[in-house]
Design a protein around this ligand. Structure first.
Ligand code: GRF
Length: 201
């Protein structure tokens, strides 16, 4: 059997998407292995959850570094030490620099709670309601230097109901996030592996 693609998950908070990725990757036929969880915030509840789920989890605390270049160098060093091949952002609340994105080009995935290219950035559920959208959803995409603008790998749509508040809408979208992110990672890792096997270095 081909080796599974070594994958790290970067979080800043509760880590429900991280949990979905870790649980999906337990299936023997899943093409990625979650080897490491990192957080830019030491107190992120997702770090505790990752360890409970049996995955190595560490903080690379942003505030413990003198600036973004030093923070990203530490992140990069930790990922490289873990021989990580794919990075999944899952509620990771820092914008990565173009230099970091370039170094990991084509190997960073993100889940965003809107139907991109609509509603890039923050507070997507509030904005979907304020705009009176009939449909909302989530997107898995490759990360490029431009925020929330990289190639789309998967999307799921949900209806917006009259009477929804941001919390109800977020919960409806989150259920879909937990479904499409593992699926998109599995597909992406499988095609990356096939690509690597057809062009051995
Ligand atoms: C999710 O809504 C995700 O789309 C966004 O941040 C949230 C993270 O939630 N990028 P969780 O930490 O995965 O529960």
């Amino acid at each position: 059997m081909s080796p599974r693609v070594r994958t790290a998950v970067l979080i800043s908070g509760r880590g429900s998407n991280m949990r979905a990725l870790i649980e999906a990757a337990r299936a023997p036929e899943f093409s990625a292995e979650i080897v490491l969880v990192l957080s830019d915030i030491s107190a992120a509840p997702g770090l505790v959850l990752a360890r409970e789920l049996g995955v190595a989890a560490e903080a690379v605390d942003f505030r413990a570094h003198p600036g973004k270049p030093a923070f990203e160098a530490a992140l990069d060093a930790r990922l490289s030490a873990g021989t990580v091949e794919i990075v999944c952002l899952a509620g990771f609340m820092r914008v990565l620099s173009p230099a970091f994105v370039d170094r990991w080009r084509g190997r960073i995935l993100n889940i965003h709670p809107s139907l991109l290219p609509g509603l890039r950035g923050l507070n997507t559920h509030e904005r979907a309601l304020a705009l009176g959208l009939a449909e909302h959803g989530c997107t898995v995409h490759l990360v490029t230097a431009e925020l929330d603008a990289g190639p789309i790998l998967a999307q799921a749509r949900v209806p917006v109901f009259a009477g929804d508040d941001a919390g109800a809408l977020a919960a409806r979208v989150l259920r879909e996030e937990h479904r499409i992110y593992p699926q998109a990672l599995d597909d992406f890792a499988r095609s990356s592996r096939a690509e690597a096997e057809s062009h051995p270095r």
